[in-house]
Design a protein around this ligand. Structure first.
Ligand code: UT7
Length: 341
């Protein structure tokens, strides 16, 4: 017999974690590699330094550390996790997935695991996938990770791209809420593949022996910076407004904006277009650069640990990037750090 009585399970975030590698590359360091300077980079992007992997650090090792951080925050054991989703565009291997590697690394023996690719919107896309699995009752506890190792895919002779990115990993634990309150209030997601060529890392040349190697198109970030800039400031404010409408809120109901940390001028423009105040907007890209899928968690966690983001704060987490993809999640923050007495 068909069951028409669907009801959705409420979803909440119970944990957050991050990992940023130790090695720092300052603007002055980059000025020794290419024709640039700290003043140009700071005024055009807001970035002062970024962190990059070294030695045997990988996307998997960073994601695993962020995962353990988030599990401890949530007070959840690895073997309680039902599903691992890793949002990454720059995994260590085409397969196996980073999610499977993390599963083994942290001992999440009961979890299914897969990767998704939505570039710097990956965390927002992943959040929507995770919450739908929980809402429909398929899973109870999901570990969502965002990790990218851009430093290995940058042309360090190309000044318009090598200044922008840093490496890092972020993690969220999503669970079926135990008190019936739903905290993922809405998610708005978009893509426009017609503009895919504006930001890409082509897979060609050396790795495809059946085609002629194309030396001018190595597997580095290829970006039309101006187009990406214009795209971000034009679509993101609309997405935030639509996500707020989806959550039944107006801009006055929003406490904080946690934007993808790409460029301070993009962030300021979004802030102005929405009429938000400076202290409502979370930004730490001066220290870490653009950490891609990790950037929202990396920024959010800092403000949770320093107490700025408090219980019941309503946040808009918005991402934009290659694809092109963009989207916003409206989230009420209620997680308590279980490590604190
Ligand atoms: O996750 C999404 C990832 N992507 C982004 O967020 C990128 C968004 N776009 C941007 O952030 C900006 O477009 C950039 C920071 C990449 C570039 O800033 P811009 O104000 O759009 O500069 P531009 O590309 O128009 O370049 C202006 C000038 C050019 O020189 P000419 O042609 O005017 O002589 C560039 O060659 O600045 C030059 N330039 C630099 N000069 C010093 C470009 N990069 C540099 C540099 N240092 N690092």
């Amino acid at each position: 017999m068909m069951n028409d009585n669907f009801s959705f399970n409420p979803v909440t975030i119970t944990g957050i974690g991050r990992y940023i590698p130790e090695t720092v590359i300052t603007n002055e360091d980059i000025a020794k590699l290419v024709d640039t300077n700290d003043e140009w980079i700071t005024s055009r992007t807001g970035i002062k330094q970024r962190r990059v992997v070294s030695g045997n650090q990988t996307a998997t090792s960073m994601a695993s550390k962020a995962a353990i951080d988030a599990l401890e925050f949530a007070g959840v054991k690895a073997d309680e996790i039902d599903l691992i989703i890793v949002a990454t565009s720059l995994p260590d291997s085409l397969y196996p997935s980073t999610a499977c590697e993390v599963q083994a690394e942290i001992g999440a023996v009961n979890a299914a695991a897969f990767n998704i690719v939505a570039a710097c919107t990956g965390l927002v896309y992943g959040l929507n996938i995770a919450r739908n699995f929980i809402m429909t009752g398929t899973y109870k506890k999901v570990l969502l990770l965002g990790v990218d190792v851009h430093s290995r895919f940058l042309d360090w002779n190309e000044r318009s791209t090598c200044i922008l990115f840093g490496d890092g990993a972020g993690a969220l634990i999503l669970e079926q809420s135990s008190d019936g309150r739903n905290d993922i209030l809405s998610v708005d997601m978009h893509a426009n593949g017609e503009k895919a060529g504006e930001l890409s890392i082509p897979l060609n040349g050396k790795n495809c022996p059946l085609v002629e190697p194309n030396e001018t198109k190595q597997q580095y970030v290829n970006m039309n910076g101006k187009e990406i800039y214009k795209f971000a400031v034009s679509v993101v404010p609309r997405s935030i407004k639509d996500a707020l409408i989806g959550a039944g809120l107006s801009i006055e109901g929003l406490d904080y904006l946690i934007p993808h940390q790409a460029n301070m001028r993009i962030i300021s423009s979004i802030m102005d277009r929405l009429g938000l105040k400076e202290d409502q907007v979370i930004a730490n890209l001066d220290k870490y650069g653009n950490t891609s899928t990790a950037s929202i968690c990396v920024a959010l966690m800092e403000e949770i640990l320093n107490g700025k983001i408090k219980q019941d704060s309503i946040m808009a987490m918005c991402g934009f990037g290659a694809g092109l993809t963009w989207g916003t999640a409206i989230v009420r923050w209620r997680a308590k750090d279980k490590r604190k007495k």
